[in-house]
Design a protein around this ligand. Structure first.
Ligand code: IMP
Length: 424
């Protein structure tokens, strides 16, 4: 079977199960490529029965016949990258041979993580509920054109003046605004140069590698992090992450042309979850929400924070699908709803006037969802691998999503391991 370049990305608020789907499909592709976000992501896969949580490495990393690419849109913490490589090397060998990283990636520096922390803990600044990984401040530097990129850490004469100027700016903020201790320039220079030496063998022209892979009649799988509702332009601003996690980020972040992406599959959970602050119209604020969280293991893979749970929101999903060229859905965690008597799906919002403009500015405050009530299924869906074997009510749930979101459900995940997957 041949595939065109395909993107797998979340359409909700992250944690939809993208890692499992990318790992499942990776052997059909020449490479998988992360193109945005950083180690704020937490992609969980089961490989040979072992649970692996990836933050920065593409979810193809255990596939020895595929490359794993990190495109220029990703922000990299050197410390996080190398500790993840070390950890994942316990599960698979040869990581550094098949991991290719763009030298244009912006680096997350220790001052970014401090600023993220100080802002989030400060009483005078808006709290977003970030992962405290320094993601926002690093992307701020990128657009402010003062970022230190991987390439800058390959040459001392080049790095020194850059870091000096940037650290002057940050130390002023750290000391004068937040009243904390300034960072040492020399230490930062030494650390960056040491990491620069270490990353050198993995650096590659990722844009041209994608072209090369395609010229060898192999395709690339683009792996999104977070989800479209956290996209800085499309999501519930300001409660969003700082990158384009919707398809709009692929070309810029991977370094390919927009028409190089042939197929975009959106990953959605059978319910919704959110970590951190921000509106979620279908949130379930009672024991049922707690039950779903417990059954679905809804604890942040990166921060360990509990995820808020809610019903599937077909209004939001239809909007995101329509405006993001989504060609099909991967529906995950349907088994988490096993045993529920009734399943709600949001089919409309009661504020008619918001319909035309709410999506453009994604204002989800004070919205009252209107629900359809679907019957639950008596027999479990867990680990089912054939569509025909799903209970009728589960098939009706899938059809409901297809009809209301106007897109086919192509993959259904019925459990965390690869085998528990239905491909239609
Ligand atoms: P940041 O990306 O750390 O700046 O966090 C901004 C918002 O995005 C916060 O609400 C985070 O909880 C959320 N977020 C960031 N990464 C993820 C993720 O991988 N899954 C789910 N939520 C995320």
């Amino acid at each position: 079977m041949t595939f065109s370049n395909t993107a797998i990305l979340g359409l909700q608020w992250g944690d939809e199960g993208k890692g499992k789907i990318v790992n499942y499909l990776a052997s059909n592709f020449g490479a998988a490529c992360r193109y945005q976000g950083g180690h704020n992501a937490g992609h969980t896969l089961i490989v040979d029965g072992k649970k692996i949580v990836l933050h920065l490495l593409p979810s193809s990393i255990c596939h020895k016949d595929s490359l794993s690419l990190i495109g220029k849109g990703v922000v990299i913490s050197y410390e996080a990258l190398f500790s993840e490589i070390e950890e994942i090397s316990n599960f698979t060998s040869g990581i550094t041979d098949r991991l290719k990283i763009s030298p244009a990636c912006v680096l997350i520096q220790p001052y970014h993580q401090l600023i993220d922390l100080y802002k989030e803990k400060s009483n005078s600044q808006k709290t977003i509920g970030t992962t405290l990984r320094g993601i926002g401040p690093a992307y701020e530097d990128k657009v402010a054109r003062r970022a230190i990129r991987v390439i800058d850490t390959l040459n001392e004469n080049h790095l020194k003046p850059l870091l000096e100027e940037t650290l002057d700016f940050y130390n002023f903020t750290i000391e004068k605004f937040f009243g904390k201790e300034a960072l040492s320039l020399n230490r930062l220079i030494d650390e960056n140069l040491a990491y620069g030496e270490k990353i050198k063998p993995m650096l590659a022209d990722v844009s041209m590698l994608i072209k090369k892979i395609n010229s060898e009649e192999k395709s690339v799988l683009f792996e999104g992090a977070q989800g479209a509702l956290l996209d800085v332009d499309q999501g519930t601003y300001p409660f969003v992450t700082s990158s384009n996690c919707s398809p709009s980020g692929i070309a810029a972040g991977a370094g390919c042309g927009p028409l190089d992406v042939g197929n975009i599959l959106g990953v959605v959970k059978a319910y919704v979850t959110r970590v951190g602050e921000g509106p979620m119209p279908t949130e379930i604020n009672d024991e049922l929400g707690e039950y779903i969280a417990k059954t679905g293991g809804e604890i942040g893979a990166t921060t360990g924070r509990p995820r808020r749970c809610g019903w599937f929101d077909a209004v939001l999903m239809k909007r995101i699908i329509q405006t993001n060229s989504i060609s099909g859905l991967c529906l995950t965690k349907i088994d988490v709803l096993d045993g529920l008597e009734e399943i709600k799906v949001c089919k409309a919002y009661d504020n008619e006037s918001i319909d035309s403009i709410f999506g453009e500015c994604m204002n989800l405050e004070d919205i009252n969802p209107i629900y359809d009530f679907l019957p639950g299924w008596e027999s479990p869906t867990k680990n089912i691998t054939k569509y025909e074997e799903l209970p009728n009510e589960a098939k009706d749930f899938v059809s409901y999503i297809e009809e209301n979101c106007e897109v086919p459900v192509k993959i259904i995940s019925t459990g965390p391991d690869d085998q528990s997957t239905i491909v239609r």
